[in-house]
Design a protein around this ligand. Structure first.
Ligand SMILES: Nc1ncnc2c1ncn2[C@@H]1O[C@H](COP(=O)(O)OP(=O)(O)O)[C@@H](O)[C@H]1O
Ligand SMILES: [Mg+2]
Length: 311
């Protein structure tokens, strides 16, 4: 059974579709990244999946339960970190978790052992009695993630978990998320507009723009599916060489940054022909590097094409 299945899930606000015929299957046991620019419908999707919002059309199942008819069952088995972290600033870290444990009807012994189990790998267990009001954002966010896991859910929704964190704190939280996902064997549905984050953390990503799903796959698949192979060449090039290259049918796009050429090719198998032509035209080449475009290029291309489709 999949963690999440949706079929033509659609929801409008004021006549505008925030989520538009979303059909998606997310397997269990992976970190799935839902990637899209601001306003693309990520949070609305999570709210629909949690049964906090009703769909206008289509349907969704989470952990095998219909989100409309069985929202209680879905919420019992899921954790969620949405825009508000749900923490009480005046309580200690342990009391924050304890409070949630009570809501989930866990016994005192269960709560105590769970708090230790969750806070130890986050390196927060020794600080569990401190009121969290003075903690850094990064520490609070780790605690907020621990909170979503308190009742041992099968699936956790994390809505932009690293938003507002500095790069060091973001990286630390990502590492902790990876570790917790392994330790807990929990499925994670994570939204982000940060591509590097999705790439590092997610086994699969879905790209959404203006409510519509544009692509789904592993970061690796998306890169090779959508991107032109790219060649980076460092050296010295005469201006007429560049002119010549512009009319070369193997080259889709050419850019020059000082001593570096960036070439998008139609066929990476024939990159040696380009290098040969450059040398023959008198270029002095220091270095040639081949690379697939990164996820950022793929993402920007997809979103760009989608926007142009609208015009
Ligand atoms: N409660 C709401 N009322 C009206 N419009 C909303 C509401 N929630 C979301 N929207 C609109 O739906 C679109 C998608 O929003 P959202 O799902 O929050 O995007 P994201 O999380 O990807 O940034 C946006 O245009 C947003 O303004
Ligand atoms: Mg959002």
């Amino acid at each position: 059974m999949d963690a999440i299945r949706t079929e033509n899930l659609t929801r409008s606000f004021d006549g505008r579709k925030a989520v538009d015929r979303l059909t998606l299957e997310v397997p269990r046991g992976i970190v799935f990244g839902f990637l899209g620019p601001n306003g693309s419908g990520k949070t609305t999707t999570i709210r629909l999946l949690l049964g906090l919002l009703d769909a206008d059309e289509g349907r969704a199942e989470v952990l095998g339960f219909d989100t409309r008819a069985k929202a209680d069952e879905v919420r019992k088995r899921s954790g969620a970190l949405l825009e508000f972290n749900g923490l009480y600033e005046r309580l200690s870290a342990a009391d924050n978790l304890d409070y949630y444990g009570r809501i989930w009807h866990m016994s005192k012994a269960e709560r105590d052992s769970r708090i230790k189990q969750l806070l130890t790998p986050l390196e927060l267990y020794d600080r569990r009695t401190e009121p969290i009001g003075r903690w850094s954002r990064g520490m609070k966010q780790k605690l907020a993630v621990a909170r979503t896991l308190m009742h041992q859910p099968e699936l956790v929704f994390l809505d932009e978990p690293t938003a507002g964190l500095d790069p060091v704190a973001s990286a630390a939280l990502r590492e902790d998320l990876e570790r917790l996902a392994m330790q807990e064997g929990v499925s994670i549905f994570l939204t982000t507009h940060n591509l590097a984050e999705a790439e590092k953390l997610c086994a699969q990503v879905g790209v959404i723009s203006r409510g519509q799903l544009l692509a789904v796959g592993s970061p690796e698949e998306l890169r090779s599916r959508t991107s032109a192979p790219r060649l980076y060449i460092t050296g010295r090039f005469a201006p007429q060489t560049l002119e010549q290259m512009k009319s070369n049918p193997l080259i889709q796009k050419i850019e020059q940054h000082n001593s570096r050429l960036v070439l998008d090719l139609n066929d990476m198998q024939r990159s040696h022909e380009i290098v040969t032509q450059l040398v023959q035209s008198g270029a002095q080449i220091d270095e040639v590097r081949k690379e697939k475009a990164d996820l950022e290029d793929v993402f920007l291309n997809l979103v760009d094409e989608d926007k142009r489709g609208e015009a």
